[in-house]
Design a binder for this molecule. Structure first.
Ligand code: 13P
Length: 264
């Protein structure tokens, strides 16, 4: 059983998917599931992270949802405020559109789009200063795991985070552990391996801040309805960051139920 004092989070990262019509359909389907079987905010925080130009249409479509569903940006600019930064969207501009949550440091951003440690730190700083809640992604590559460096890599990423989060901002941090080798590959970390890393992260956070014991640590990497129940049963796994399976409303809802159940 997960730590019952932490409300789980299940967030669907839609990545560069789907077309607008399909995203609207996905939300209508999700709303239908939530109408039949509501999930309260106390049971589980549910979020979806659409492409940037779908953030507002999805937010609009969710206004009459039976259960609250948070709209999460997949990224933000490392530049704050407003200004001459073509193609960028700052934390302040997200907040101005009532988008209160953002993913930062996803391995696809780090690996494909050159988000280095300094960029990631600047993004976290700006997001927190703008009043956003950050879902901060960490995770090791297959090479790093095979070299026995997984823990060190992930804990360093937590230390990077700690250099920019002020003492009174930790309540706006959610951590997502996503081993890179498990993303989109169908390979999930075993619940034992995932739990072991989550426990290390928890310990690392607890050494940094008294809030550490209250921070939700999500697992990501090929989470599906078939493995969600086992993952949800691990004491330090407080939710899931779901890629592929979040593009199917039935699968995503089932994953949310697996985590929400523990609060019933
Ligand atoms: P998959 O669930 O498709 O493996 O993606 C995980 C992920 O990267 C979520 O951010």
């Amino acid at each position: 059983m997960s730590d019952s004092t932490i409300t789980p989070w299940v967030v669907g990262n839609w990545k560069m998917n789907p077309m607008q019509a399909n995203s609207q359909q996905l939300i209508q389907d999700l709303k239908q599931y939530l109408k039949q079987t509501p999930i309260t905010e106390q049971q589980c925080h549910i979020g979806v992270a659409p492409i940037s130009i779908a953030l507002l249409p999805i937010q609009q479509a969710l206004l009459d949802a039976q259960s609250p569903v948070k709209v999460v940006a997949q990224d933000l600019s490392r530049m704050a405020g407003t200004g001459a930064y073509t193609g960028e969207v700052s934390g302040e501009l997200l907040k101005d559109s009532q988008i209160d949550y953002v993913l930062i440091g996803h391995s696809e951003r780090r690996e494909i789009f050159g988000d280095d440690v300094e960029h990631v730190k600047a993004k976290v700083l700006n997001a927190l200063n703008a009043g956003l809640t950050v879902i901060y992604c960490v995770g090791e590559s297959l090479e790093q795991r095979e070299a026995g460096q997984a823990e060190q890599v992930v804990l360093q990423q937590i230390c990077d985070l700690a250099t920019v989060v002020k003492a009174d901002q930790w309540h706006n941090i959610v951590v997502a552990y996503e081993p890179i080798w498990a993303i989109g590959t169908g390979k999930t970390a075993s619940p034992e391996d995932a739990q072991a890393m989550h426990a290390q992260i928890r310990q690392g956070l607890a050494q940094i801040t008294a809030e550490g014991k209250n921070i939700a640590i999500l697992y990501g990497g090929s989470v599906k309805p078939e493995n969600a129940v086992e993952l949800a049963a691990c004491p330090d796994i407080n939710g899931a960051l779901v890629g592929g399976a979040s593009l199917n409303a039935a699968s995503f809802f089932e994953i949310a139920r697996a985590f929400a159940k523990i609060k019933e």
